[in-house]
Design a protein around this ligand. Structure first.
Ligand SMILES: Cc1cc2nc3c(=O)[nH]c(=O)nc-3n(C[C@H](O)[C@H](O)[C@H](O)COP(=O)(O)OP(=O)(O)OC[C@H]3O[C@@H](n4cnc5c(N)ncnc54)[C@H](O)[C@@H]3O)c2cc1C
Length: 306
């Protein structure tokens, strides 16, 4: 999440001295920024917040039930979504960042998960105080559509592609090893490897085309808010997580028992445990349900290169 937060800071901090100073500190002091969008009641519904900014003169405070903050214990700052004020609707959000000395974290849930253990994603009650200048001037709605969502989905897709690639490498190594043994026969699951390679090429293609769309709109990110572009970036998360999971499962079927083992050179165990988080984090079903109207409104292009 650090990279995504830095992207928000780079693209949306203009005309705000406090945030511009933070930009410099991130580089000079190599600050690590965590992210808090998930909350107790609304879960991963990133376009709605429960916690609200409470403002008194130039000072602000926020209290939230942050059910998951990755590397929260180790971060130098936390960037978070919140309702603009206590009277605002849940979707009237701002983005705000607090530095380590501005907040207190009280652990509410430990991180004993199936995979992604290295992310140290604990739950916290978060209490923060700061200055009004720590709030981004642009509404979160705009930051979300131009930067937070597209960058997060491309970054996550790239990470999941890496996991899929590593699992596929093991599957290939397994088939080669069995094929060069005395019998010379390929293992029974070898066909799964070939199918997984096809899915892997699709995954790379989907991701590469999204990266091209990000690059093409670098100068004028406002074009990223077009309905079909937004739908594409939202569906990228669904598509890349499902393809990556299918590839890792196919690698497991290729390697058979050697892949099922937690140890050994062909173990797929860690890849499988990690990749199982991908359709769940910001549930794919939630994304599909939210994208329904946009898909209805947006005509699929008939031409291949449109
Ligand atoms: C490895 C990893 C790292 C993450 N890092 C971060 C991070 O740094 N920052 C961050 O903000 N988020 C983080 N998340 C959370 C992630 O972004 C999603 O918010 C989270 O997976 C929940 O998604 P969801 O609400 O769409 O789905 P679900 O978890 O399936 O939840 C669906 C709904 O059920 C409700 N619900 C779930 N459990 C209960 C319960 N016990 N009682 C009542 N209601 C409940 C939720 O509130 C939600 O409305 C991380 C997730 C993972 C897997």
């Amino acid at each position: 999440m650090h990279q995504v937060n830095v992207a928000c800071l780079v693209r949306h901090a203009k005309n705000n001295d406090w945030l511009e100073r933070l930009q410099k500190d991130v580089v000079e002091k190599q600050l690590l920024i965590a992210s808090s969008t998930t909350e107790g009641a609304s879960g991963g519904d990133i376009r709605n917040s429960d916690a609200a900014v409470f403002a008194e003169d130039s000072r602000i405070s926020i209290e939230r039930d942050a059910s998951v903050i990755s590397y929260g214990d180790y971060a130098d700052a936390i960037m978070m979504t919140a309702r603009r004020d206590r009277g605002s609707a849940s979707s009237d959000q701002v983005l705000v960042v607090f530095e380590r000395n501005d907040y207190r974290l009280e652990c509410t849930q430990s991180w004993d998960a199936l995979g992604m253990r290295g992310t140290c994603s604990k739950g916290f009650r978060l209490r923060a105080r700061g200055d009004k200048a720590q709030i981004f001037r642009e509404p979160y709605e705009l930051i979300h559509s131009q930067t937070m969502m597209p960058f997060a989905n491309v970054l996550w897709g790239a990470v999941w592609t890496g996991i899929a690639a590593a699992a596929l490498q093991r599957a290939r190594a397994f088939v080669r090893k069995v094929g060069t043994c005395a019998t010379g026969k390929l293992p029974p699951g070898a066909a799964h490897m070939t199918r997984a390679r096809a899915s892997f090429e699709t995954l790379r293609g989907v991701l590469q085309s999204s990266i091209r769309a990000l690059d093409a709109n670098e100068v004028d990110p406002s074009r990223l808010t077009a309905i079909d572009v937004q739908t594409g970036f939202n569906l990228l998360k669904v598509e890349s997580s499902e393809l990556a999971l299918a590839i890792v499962l196919a690698a497991l079927k290729t390697c058979g028992l050697a892949g099922y083992r937690n140890n050994g050179e062909f173990s797929i165990s860690r890849y499988l445990r990690d990749i199982l988080s991908s359709p769940l984090m910001i549930s794919n079903e939630r994304i599909l349900a939210n994208a329904q109207i946009a898909v209805l409104l947006s005509e699929p292009p008939l031409g291949l290169m449109d």
